[in-house]
Ligand binder design. Structure first.
Ligand SMILES: Nc1nc2c(c(=O)[nH]1)N[C@H]1C(S)=C(S)[C@@H](COP(=O)(O)OP(=O)(O)OC[C@H]3O[C@@H](n4cnc5c(=O)[nH]c(N)nc54)[C@H](O)[C@@H]3O)O[C@H]1N2
Ligand SMILES: Nc1nc2c(c(=O)[nH]1)N[C@H]1C(S)=C(S)[C@@H](COP(=O)(O)OP(=O)(O)OC[C@H]3O[C@@H](n4cnc5c(=O)[nH]c(N)nc54)[C@H](O)[C@@H]3O)O[C@H]1N2
Ligand code: SF4
Ligand SMILES: [Mo]
Length: 720
């Protein structure tokens, strides 16, 4: 027993000797079982993980989600790469040579140098999962002179980010939601009680318990809908029509916050004119949601303003016009005056708001010159270059458009499990001189690469300090809890060593990551030991709110919320776009809708986890009961799905069991993402379930918001 006792509330931080002589300690760190980065407290006993909890000082002692809690099972699973591996056969053949770190890093550096010599640094792309813990890899790719850093957002939030940038000047995650004080929330396909961020889910439950109302707009029932006041099942791809009618109603009936609109928005008259034709009656026929229900949403939201959230969602790469849907959601919030209102959407406060400057490696690296491979920020001026468009990587490689791309470093990202149409991406990868995967698992991309570098897991490594932005900004970092089990290395080592070999070692001026942290903190007034007590250092005593009368800081050219954007127009992108009705799928065909399950993360992060695999080993196909009857499909029948996209050849069919459900739109079928594993050394998930991305043929496309239009996929369904 730890002296003082290991009770949930009062575990003392730091090392504490146990009575029988063994050592137990608690280490504060950051979860990485998904990308949300919940603060954790790891209980370590005799150098091994005993249990992982939520950091009680931030998460109020709450438990983690099932994936966070299964971090221990991941750590002690041997089915992950245990040493550097160099391909020793054809791509994807599974033939590997065990290598030392010196051999693997030398090989990578030599190939990169050869590519630079022949084609220039631009011919190298690095992609990762994005987020704040990216300083090592971003600095590396910039320091070798390539502008081609890209993250996964093309299949996640690109259109939300770029839409919010065009309306308020902030990215999606530049803002947060004051759920606890919210009185009315409308969510569009944001399944927030299953596609989890634990803190968010807890706050939403608190909101509902305090009497807040939630209205869900989805094409099917889900766990969020189960807790909502109302679920409106909408015709897939018509949310934009709903919003145009909501805006129309709110303006026509003068339900908006006139003072706020006058003070903080630009282009209201244009918005009014544009939406005047879109009545609730019209939207009723487009969406299938009766006009009276649409009017009711507008009335209820307006009655609760400004404590209202029209939730802009997250993984929204639904359709080509998704950008306009997201713009309309941000516009609705603006009309409710909800930006920077209690119970609304607040602007995240960062270090700049508390006068703290944190050093980063990237801050010391000259910005690389030259055009990006994807044209983000140049050919597409309204698309953020900080995210880029990973879906254009295959095109760039195959067509040398706009220039040759010959090397690709993939870090904490699995394009062959997350981009649509992996067959096409593989074809492109066959033309690379070098494909490197830096991962903690065997990913699909890793299995197809030239070199796998095993990174030490999140429990085995310390990463640099990051800012936790929000109403009360804080500093935090991922802190090593246990020694690596295998011959892996942390990212701080991998990129420093590669940099040395590339002759850019000066940009990685540290020996240990602890030195780096001390250097980062110099001049901030915060010391490394300050993190010991709670695992983070708060930088504001009270929540920071900007003054709604005069102090709002929108980052648009006008400093206001721009319904009409001259910047967009100049880029050749109209501020408003008429609604276009999605085509109705042919008889026996359906729109394929995919999403997440509470016990897994994305494509390949957790599907082979011993505990989580047991909880959800396979996916099923949800199909509307009446539609299934027409096709002679019964619950539990095996069905075959074929890609029905136009101009698709050789789309591999996928087999999956049918699950009949009344509460899904008859035009849609639904399956979970992340199944259909093709990597044989992942014994638990290999070959199980059907792959959605293999059906999403021909969708490596750029939509106006920079996203891949993932739901513009139809499949035909037949009984096997
Ligand atoms: N457990 C778990 N939690 C996660 C993740 C995970 O992998 N596992 N991933 C994290 C990440 S990276 C993200 S981006 C978020 C994603 O979180 P969400 O944004 O909630 O995305 P999805 O889980 O894909 O859910 C999308 C929902 O949209 C619905 N939908 C599909 N088409 C339409 C349509 O045309 N209109 C409407 N109104 N609804 C539609 C689907 O039925 C589904 O319920 O979750 C995060 N949290
Ligand atoms: N059809 C369809 N496609 C989708 C989605 C969908 O719902 N349907 N969801 C989309 C969404 S929202 C997203 S965010 C993307 C996600 O796409 P990805 O970001 O590619 O997500 P994963 O497939 O989980 O791949 C992440 C990789 O990171 C590795 N990894 C995990 N932890 C670490 C670590 O600490 N270090 C290193 N080096 N590697 C690590 C994992 O093992 C895994 O191989 O997929 C998108 N694609
Ligand atoms: S949501 Fe779950 S898996 Fe993701 S960081 Fe938080 S605890 Fe970890
Ligand atoms: Mo995502």
């Amino acid at each position: 027993m730890i002296k003082g006792g290991p009770s949930r509330g009062g575990r003392p931080p730091g090392r504490a000797p146990a009575e029988n002589g063994e050592m137990r300690e608690t280490v504060y760190s950051i979860c990485a079982m998904c990308t949300v980065k919940c603060p954790i407290e790891v209980e370590v006993e005799d150098g091994a993980v005993r249990h992982i909890w939520g950091n009680p000082h931030i998460l109020g002692g709450q438990q983690l989600c099932p994936r966070g809690a299964s971090g221990k099972a991941f750590e002690y699973d041997d089915e992950r790469p245990q040493y550097p591996m160099i391909r020793d056969g054809g791509r994807g053949s599974g033939k590997w040579k065990k290598a030392t770190w010196e051999e693997a890093l030398d090989l990578i550096a030599n190939k990169l140098k050869a590519v630079i010599e022949k084609h220039g640094a631009k011919a190298i792309i690095l992609s990762d999962r994005g987020g704040p813990i990216t300083d090592f890899q971003k600095s590396f790719i910039a320091a070798i002179g390539s502008p081609n850093y890209v993250n996964h957002h093309a299949t996640c939030s690109n259109s939300v980010h770029n839409a919010n940038m065009s309306v308020t000047g902030y990215a999606r995650n530049g803002m947060g939601y004051d759920y606890k004080n919210c009185k009315h929330m409308v969510v569009y396909g944001r399944n927030l009680l299953e596609s989890l961020d634990t803190g968010e889910a807890r706050n939403v439950i608190d909101m509902l318990e305090a009497g807040g109302k939630m209205v869900c707009i989805d094409v099917r029932w889900n766990y969020t809908a189960a807790k909502a006041d109302r679920l409106h099942i909408i015709r897939p791809g018509t949310d934009y029509a709903l919003n145009l009618a909501l805006i129309n109603t709110i303006i026509r009936e003068q339900l908006y916050d006139a003072q706020y609109v006058e003070r903080w928005t630009a282009g209201f008259e244009e918005l009014k004119k544009f939406t005047s034709q879109y009545t609730p009656e019209w939207a009723g026929t487009e969406t299938g949601i009766p006009a009276k229900d649409i009017t009711r949403i507008a009335h209820e939201a307006a009655a609760a303003k400004p404590s209202v959230i029209f939730h802009p969602g997250w993984m929204t790469a639904w359709r080509s016009d998704d950008f306009y849907l997201r713009r309309s959601i941000y516009a609705l919030n603006a009309m409710m005056g909800s930006f920077e209102a209690k119970g609304g959407i607040y602007i995240n406060k960062g270090l700049g708001n508390v006068g703290v400057k944190l050093r980063t490696l990237l801050g010391q690296v000259p910005k690389p010159k030259g055009e990006r491979f994807d044209g983000a920020g140049t050919k597409y001026p309204h698309i953020g270059a900080q995210w880029g468009m990973a879906q254009l990587i295959p095109h760039a490689i195959l067509n040398e458009d706009p220039y040759p791309v010959k090397a690709y470093i993939v870090m904490r990202h699995d394009p062959l499990a997350s981009l649509p149409d992996p067959e096409q991406t593989k074809k492109a990868f066959d033309n690379l001189d070098l494909l490197v995967s830096i991962d903690v698992n065997y990913s699909e991309t890793g299995w197809y690469s030239d070199v796998i570098l095993p990174e030490s897991t999140y429990l085995e490594r310390t990463d640099h300090v990051i800012a936790r932005n929000g109403l009360k900004p804080a500093l935090i970092f991922r802190n090593k809890a246990v020694e690596p089990r295998f011959d892996s290395r942390p990212r701080s080592y991998i990129f420093r060593e590669l940099a040395k070999r590339m002759g850019i070692g000066q940009y990685f001026p540290y020996e240990t990551v602890e030195d780096l942290i001390a250097w980062q903190l110099e001049g901030t007034g915060v010391k490394p030991e300050d993190f010991r007590a709670k695992g983070f250092v708060g930088l504001a005593k009270e929540p920071i709110w900007f003054d709604r009368k005069d102090g709002l800081k929108f980052k648009t050219p006008s400093g206001k919320i721009e319904f009409f954007s001259e910047k967009l127009e100049k880029a050749g992108v109209p501020s408003f776009k008429p609604f276009e009705r999605p085509e109705k799928p042919a008889e026996g065909s359906f729109r394929l809708v995919t999403s997440k399950v509470a016990v897994h993360t994305q494509g390949r992060t957790t599907s082979n986890n011993p505990l989580l695999n047991e909880l959800a080993p396979e996916n099923e196909l949800w199909i509307n009961t009446a539609q299934a009857a027409k096709l002679g499909i019964k619950d539990g029948d095996m069905v075959e799905l074929s890609a029905g996209n136009p101009a698709v050849e050789n789309a591999p069919a996928q087999r999956i069991r049918a699950k009949l459900i009344d509460y899904i739109h008859p035009e849609a079928v639904f399956m979970l993402h992340g199944f259909g594993d093709t990597v044989p050394v992942r014994s638990r998930s290999y070959g199980k379930g059907a792959s959605d991305i293999r059906l999403q043929k021909g969708l490596l496309k750029v939509s106006v918001g920079g996203n891949c239009p993932l739901t513009e996929c139809t499949v035909s369904v037949k009984r096997v």
